[in-house]
Structures are given as C-alpha cells and as structure tokens.
Design a protein around this ligand. Structure first.
Ligand code: AMP
Ligand code: ZN
Ligand code: FE
Ligand code: FE
Length: 295
C-alpha cells in the first residue's frame, strides 16, 4: 500500500488541476493520495470525482500557513468540516493576506529594475484561489528573469531577500484548535525543513502535542536522515502519527515526485483514528476518507 498524504494542485501552487493530479498519482502507483492545497479546500470535489474514476483512495485536507516566532510554519489539516465558519474565516483571512501582498512584491521587484505586471502573475495562477510566491516566481521565469522557481526564490523571494514581503498567518496552536473544532486532524508539515527548523524544537512540538496535534511529517524531502530519526523518536514519545509524503507540486518543484515518500499503513490508521475522534468530539459533519481498496 503506497500512501502519499501531502500534494498540491493548481488550486494553490501545484501545476496540475486536481483531476490530473489524482490520475497521475494512480499512474505512479499511489494507492491513497492526500490533497493538501495551501489555505483552500477548492480542489476537493474535482479530486473526489477523479479518485472514484481512477479507483484510488483520497484523503482531503489543506496545508494551513502559520507563523511562530517570526518563522513560517505549515499545518496540514486532514478531513475537517469544510463549512466550519471559524476555519473558513481563518483560511479566508490568510488568502486575503496572500493576495494583498502581491502588488507590494511587484513594487519591490520594480525597485530592483524588474518589470512584472499583475497580469504576468495571473497568467501563472489560472485556477488558484490565492496567489503565492511560487506564482510570482513562475512569472519571473516566464519573463526570463530567473531560470526556475528556486532561482527566483534565491534571488528575490525568500525571507531576507529584497522582494520578500510578509503576510498574515495565525499561530500553530490557534490553527490546531480551529482544525480540531472543525472535526479534523492537525499534522505538522516538514517541521525541521527551511525556516521552521529553528523554532519547532522538541519542547515546542511537545506543547503543540498537548494542544491536540495528531501527527508530524517525518519522511519529507526537506529532512535529512538524522532529522528523520530524531522526529520518528519524538513522534513515538509524544504518541503522534509519523507521516511520510512527497509534497508534490507538479512541475513546480523537482525532487518531489508522487509517492517518493510514503506513510506506513499503521501510522495512517493512527491518523484516521485521531480524525474520527476529533470528528466525534466536534459534533460536525466531516468528509470521510475515500478508501475503495480498504486499508
Ligand atoms: P507562499 O505561500 O507565498 O508564502 O510561498 C510558499 C511556497 O513557496 C511553498 O510552496 C514553498 O514550498 C515554496 N517555496 C518556499 N521557498 C522556496 C524555494 N527556495 N524554492 C522553491 N520554492 C519555495
Ligand atoms: Zn506550495
Ligand atoms: Fe509546506
Ligand atoms: Fe506543501
């Protein structure tokens, strides 16, 4: 059983529409796919139809942008009620902040002699419900200012570079609370990758576990073998599900092929257990995982 619980479609900053993403996952031998677009549930329905046609499992979710101690932290939210008013409002606030910062980024780029229009960015984000730096990066590539997304981030868009602009993001404890109240299972995405590595110490992850965190991503492209070992032990200590996922973005990110990292069946069962518990306690109507092959 190949279980890959973290992927992005063109509803956020992946490059394939949800149905294409699901079909590609099936072709890549993935048995269960998690759809976790940034800060939106917009791809769920299309992905579900495609999963039924392809006969593969689907777990719907989102990757919610958070910030702690000035560092960006990502929280995966699996199987929450997508109509929960508080959660919907939180995601809308995050998306509004994303969209509002794009003109400021373009302003900063202009100060660096780079002429990029809102239309250039829109051309790279046809299906997206909100804009991210990856769309600006793609526009920079399309205009010949950068060779690929990574190059554009390294030159201008990463934290600390000249066109970096911050945006609204809630704290991870607040998001855990919102996700649980919406009947979903919150999981820390790549806690020791990029910027969040410095802030998400064992102690902080312990506090988030107390707050109701259900799992932690262990096997991920941005984690070294040593980091994975540490996180696996921490997850066992804190009774958290230990996940492994590709964080696939289509053509938007290399080294993130569908199914390149996977989650053990026993850890997946643990995650579903936690989601079921949260759903019962919340009293909300939550989406069921679609598992045509059982687990
Ligand atoms: P944003 O949502 O606008 O804050 O941008 C975050 C997205 O940009 C996430 O999908 C990241 O994986 C991606 N990202 C962040 N840093 C880099 C980088 N150095 N190269 C490529 N993608 C990146
Ligand atoms: Zn992304
Ligand atoms: Fe992420
Ligand atoms: Fe992601």
């Amino acid at each position: 059983m190949r279980i890959d619980l973290h992927s992005h479609s063109s509803c956020s900053d992946g490059t394939d529409p949800p149905a294409v993403l699901v079909a590609k996952a099936a072709a890549a031998g993935v048995d269960v796919l998690g759809l976790t677009d940034h800060d939106t549930f917009a791809g769920w329905d299309e992905a579900r139809g495609a999963a039924e046609r392809a006969g593969i499992g689907l777990v719907v979710g989102a990757e919610v942008s958070c910030r702690l101690g000035g560092k960006s932290v990502h929280m995966l939210a699996y199987l929450p009620d997508p109509t929960d008013p508080e959660l919907v409002a939180t995601l809308r606030r995050v998306r509004d902040g994303r969209n509002a910062r794009v003109p400021v980024i373009l302003e900063r780029l202009r100060a660096n002699g780079i002429e990029l229009t809102p239309e250039d960015v829109a051309a790279q984000s046809s299906a997206a419900t909100s804009l991210g730096r990856p769309h600006v990066a793609d526009a920079l590539v399309a205009r010949g200012y950068a060779t690929d997304r990574r190059d554009a981030f390294d030159r201008w868009l990463s934290e600390g570079r000249s066109a970096y602009v911050t945006r609204y993001a809630p704290g991870p404890a607040e998001v855990i609370h919102r996700v649980l109240a919406a009947g979903g299972a919150p999981v820390l995405a790549h806690p020791r990758g990029r910027a969040s590595r410095k802030i998400l110490t064992d102690e902080v992850i312990g506090e988030l576990a107390e707050a109701g965190l259900a799992g932690v991503e262990v096997d991920h492209h941005d984690h070294s073998p040593e980091v994975r070992k540490e996180l696996r032990a921490l997850a066992a200590d804190l009774d958290l599900a230990a996940l492994g996922s590709s964080d696939h973005h289509g053509a938007g990110k290399t080294d993130h092929d569908l199914g390149c990292y996977t989650t053990d069946e026993s850890e997946f069962a643990r995650l579903l257990d936690r989601a079921r518990g949260a759903a019962e306690r919340s009293g909300r109507t939550t989406p069921a995982p679609y598992l045509p092959k059982g687990i």
